[in-house]
Design a protein around this ligand. Structure first.
Ligand code: FE2
Length: 210
């Protein structure tokens, strides 16, 4: 059924734009999924929860794909502030798509709350601290790291050290306990596999990692 949703996204006269978005979203999804699984395991969560976070990592931005097409069609005259309003809808749109399927609540809540900041400045609900579901707090850390470490159309990837330094500057956004657990994950031997994947996706886009 999820395949059907994805195919619907591609039914457009601007296939190439959506296909590019989809390609980037798939790589980003795999990376966040790997990180969220390793982080959940480091936090000694049970296997079912770790797997739910791996699922959430894959699809957390699925709402953005739907919105991407919508924004593209209107992008000629749209105001930046209005655009931001639509972008901020993507966690809720993703949740609406996914709730039709047989996912666990903690997975769905992680998707819905993956842009909440620990200090209450995030969206969609401006939740603060431990009122943010733990899955949302886990995805927040993994999503930001994955974005910084990856090439983007508007900038090349940051190296690991710089990415972490940038996250420390914005540490108010994160649950400190979860962020510290993430730093432990980064320093495990197993993280080499994540780095290999990062190198692969970054080289594929033809830009060097600096
Ligand atoms: Fe997102």
């Amino acid at each position: 059924m999820l395949l059907q949703e994805t195919l619907e996204l591609l039914e457009t006269d601007k296939d190439e734009v959506v296909a590019d978005d989809l390609k980037e979203a798939v790589d980003h999804g795999i990376l966040v999924s790997k990180l969220a699984y390793l982080l959940s395991r480091e936090m000694e969560m049970d296997k079912v929860f770790c797997y739910a976070m791996a699922q959430a990592g894959i699809v957390h931005d699925i709402g953005k794909l739907k919105l991407g097409r919508f924004l593209y069609k209107r992008s000629e005259n749209i105001l930046a502030v209005e655009e931001m309003k639509y972008i901020r809808m993507h966690p809720a749109i993703g949740y609406e798509i996914l709730k039709k399927y047989d996912y666990k609540d903690n997975m769905l809540h992680a998707v819905y709350h993956h842009h909440e900041n620990y200090d209450g400045t995030g969206y969609p609900d401006n939740l603060k601290a431990d009122s943010i579901p733990v899955g949302g707090r886990i995805l927040r850390v993994c999503d930001v790291y994955a974005a910084l470490i990856s090439n983007r159309r508007y900038r090349p990837a940051y190296d690991q050290e710089t990415a972490i330094a940038l996250m420390i500057e914005e540490v108010k956004n994160f649950d400190m306990k979860i962020f510290l657990a993430f730093l432990r994950v980064v320093h495990t031997g197993e993280f080499k596999k994540v780095n290999e994947f990062v190198s692969y996706i970054n080289k594929e886009y033809g830009l060097p990692v600096h």
